[in-house]
Write a protein that binds this ligand. Sequence first.
Ligand code: NAG
Ligand code: NAG
Ligand code: NAG
Ligand code: NAG
Ligand code: NAG
Ligand code: CA
Ligand code: CA
Ligand code: CA
Length: 733
Amino acid sequence: MASSPSFPLLLFLSPLILLTVHPLHTPPLSPDNPHFRSPPPSCGPGQSWAVRLHARLDDEGHDLDELAHLVAEDAGLENRGQIGQLAGHYLLCQGADEGQRGTGAGKALAAHRYVAWHSQELILSRSKRSVAFNDPKYPKQWHLHNELRAGMDINVTGVWERNITGAGVTVVVVDDGVQHTLADIQPNYSPEGSYDLNSNDPDPMPHPDARSDNHHGTRCAGEIAAVSNNSFCAVGVAYGSKVAGIRVLDGPLTDSMEAVAFNKHYQVNDVYSCSWGPDDDGRTVDGPHPLGKAALQHGVIAGRRGFGSIFVVASGNGGQYNDNCNYDGYANSIYTVTIGAVDENGRMPFYAEECASMLAVTFSSGGRSLRSIVTSDWSLQEGTGCTDAHTGTSAAAPLAAGMIALMLQVRPCLTWRDVQHIIAYTATQYTDARADWETNGAGFHHSHQHGFGLLNAWRLVNAAKVWDSVPFLVSYQSPVLREERQILAYPANLVLSWNVTAADLKQSGMKTLEHVSMTMTMAHPRRGTVEIVLLCPSGMSSLIGARRALDPDASGYMDWTFSTVRCWGERAEGQYTLQITDHREPSLSLGTLNHWKLTLYGSSMSFQEVKERQRLVVEAMGGQYLNSNFSLPCPPGLDIAPEKVNPLTSNSLKSLLLLGCFALFWSLYYTLEVALAHLDLRELWRGRRGRAQDGFQAVRLEEGPEMELQLQQQQRVADTVAKAPLITADSAT
Ligand SMILES: *[C@@H]1O[C@H](CO)[C@@H](O)[C@H](O)[C@H]1NC(C)=O
Ligand SMILES: *[C@@H]1O[C@H](CO)[C@@H](O)[C@H](O)[C@H]1NC(C)=O
Ligand SMILES: *[C@@H]1O[C@H](CO)[C@@H](O)[C@H](O)[C@H]1NC(C)=O
Ligand SMILES: *[C@@H]1O[C@H](CO)[C@@H](O)[C@H](O)[C@H]1NC(C)=O
Ligand SMILES: *[C@@H]1O[C@H](CO)[C@@H](O)[C@H](O)[C@H]1NC(C)=O
Ligand SMILES: [Ca+2]
Ligand SMILES: [Ca+2]
Ligand SMILES: [Ca+2]
C-alpha cells in the first residue's frame, strides 16, 4: 500500500523525539488539564498566559510566588496566582485593551530567565469549549453526549471543539438510497460520490415503496453527516464531512452490482458504510461472491489513491437466533472494519451478533426501555425528516464510519490497515457481565462480544494524529492439510496443529500478526452443533466456529474461511492449534474434517515496535498533538484514474476490475503470497468443477493468478442474493 516499507523507524520515532523537546508536552499543563481550563479567576479569552517557573529558588532566595510576581511585572502581565495544585505553575493575565502587547508579553516570557515554559491560552479551546447547537434533536442524541450515563457515548465533543469535523472526507452510504434534499443532508451531499445501481442513474434518491421502509440509507447518512447548527433535526458525528449515497438495496442485488458498489467513485469516496449483510437467520453461511470479493480487494489496493477504501460493515442482527458474524463473509473479511452494537448501558442488545473477527462496538438501540438513535429520516411517505427510532447494528456501523472520517481529516494518508490498527489500539475495555475479555500476548484486550472495545472518537483522532503507516501487508499460508478425521463428540476434542517456523516466515518477513484465518472443508449431518476453537502460539483462544442451534444444514462447510483478530500484534511464529468438538445429538452420525489450511496476515513490524506504538498512543491521549500544529508528513499517494467502467456492460467491467486487481496485486503482493502451494491450487480447482451453472465469473476468476480469490468459498446460492438491511424488527424490541 502507500505505507512505504522503508520509511518506518525514523518517522515513527520522530513524534517521540519531538515530544521530548516540545514544550506542550509538559503533562500538568496540557490544555486539557482542568486546572488550566478554568483557572480562578479567569482572564478574558486569549488574554491568559500559563507559565512554569524553574523549580529552584534564585540566588536572592525569592520563593516561587515572589518569582511569579517578578515575571508578571517584567512581562507587563498580572499574576493571578498558582494554577490549581500545580506547584510552580502560574496564571498571568493581560488587560483586555492590551492586545498589541500580547506578542510583547510572549517575547518577554520566552526570554525570561525564571521561566521554564510558557503558553498563551488557546483561543479555540476556550471559546468553543461548549458546543451548543441549535438543532432541536441534538439534546436527545445521547450517543454523542450522554448526560444520563457517563462514558456511554462516543466522546466526540472535544474533537469538534478542535474544529475536527470530517472536513475533506467523503463517506458513502451503500444502502437503499439517500434523500439528499433534506435540510440536514443537502449542504453536505456529494453528488460526485453517488450513484443509483437499482435504476442506473446518478441520483440515489430513495423510492417510496409499499412498506415505507426505504428510509434506511437516509437514516444512516444523517448519523454520519447531518448538518449541525441549522435549527433542523440532529447533528452527525462528522458534520463537516461529505456524504454520498449508492442505492443498491432496493431490488435484487447481484454479485456484479455489489462489486460495482464497492468500487464506485473510489477516488471520491473514502469510507464505505455498509449496514447490511447476508440473512441473519442463524443458519446462513454466506459472504461476498467472487466479484464482490475482488472488488473489496481492489478497493483496499487502489481506492483512496492507494491508501485503500475503508469498508465499514455491521456485525449483524441475528443475535436472537444465535447467529455469529464469523458465518458472514463480509464481517470476517480482512478488508472490512466489523462493528458491533451495544446499547446505552454498554450491554450487548438481544439482536447483536458476536464473533472473533469483530473489531469494536459502538452505540445503538437496546431493549424497550432504552433509547434508540436520533438521526435524519426521509420525508417521503410518513417520514418527517427526523427520527428517534433508528435501531440495530445498522445504526452502529455509520457512527463508526463517521468517526473514521474524523480520523482521516487529521491524517488523510492512513491506510485501510492503519484504521484497523488504530481501532485495536484505542478501543476501550469496560465492565460488562456478558463480555469475555481476554488480554492477548501483545497486551490487546478483546472480547467476542465487544471486539477490542468501545470506539472513542477522542482516542481515535488523537492516535490518528501521531500514527505513522504500518509496514505493508504480508501473509503466510500453510499447505492444505488433509486430515479425513472424525470430529469427536463433546467432551472429546479433535485437536490439530500446525507449526509456523522462523524459516516459514523468512520469505515474507512477517513478525507480528493482524488477522488469522482458517479455511476448512468438513462433512457433517448437522453443522450447527460443531464448535471450532483456534489457539494462537501465545495461547490466546478464539471461538471461530460458534455453535448455532438453528443451523441444521447437512452439507457441512465447503472451504469456508473463519477468521479472528484476537491475536493482533502477537508474534507470528509458533504452534497454531485447532480444537474441534461436536455437541451433537446422539442419533446423528459423526462428521469428518476433510482438510484445512491456516493463513496468517501481518507485517514486518516487530513485537517491540508494537509495544512502542502502544506507548505512543497512550502518550497522545492527552491531546497535546491535536492542540499543537504538530503534523507528520504524508506520502502523496498514487495517481489512479477514477474507474472508467460503465456498470451497464458487465463484461468490460469484469475484465477491468480483474485486470486492475491483478496488476496492482502482483506488484504489491506477489512476493508475499508465494508460499501458496500449487497443490493447493489444483485442489481448489478440482473442488470447484461442476459449478459452471454458478455463473460466468467463476471460470474467469479461477484462471487468474489472483491469490486471494482462491480462498473464495464455494457458493451454492444463485447470483441474486437476498440482502437484508440490519434493522431490528420493531416487534422484537
Ligand atoms: C450555533 O448558531 C448560533 C446562532 O444561531 C450561534 O450563536 C452559536 O454559536 C452556534 N454554535 C456553534 C457551536 O457554532
Ligand atoms: C473524552 O474526551 C476528552 C476531551 O474532550 C478527554 O479529556 C477525555 O479523557 C476523553 N475520555 C475518554 C474516556 O477517553
Ligand atoms: C475549521 O475548519 C474548516 C475546514 O477545515 C475551516 O474552513 C475553518 O476556517 C476552521 N475554523 C476555525 C475556527 O478554525
Ligand atoms: C510443534 O512445536 C511444538 C512445540 O512448540 C512441538 O512440541 C511439536 O512437536 C511441533 N510439531 C511439529 C509437527 O513439528
Ligand atoms: C505553528 O505553526 C506556526 C506557523 O505555521 C508557527 O509559527 C508556530 O511556531 C507553530 N507552533 C508550534 C507550537 O509548533
Ligand atoms: Ca435514481
Ligand atoms: Ca441539523
Ligand atoms: Ca449474521
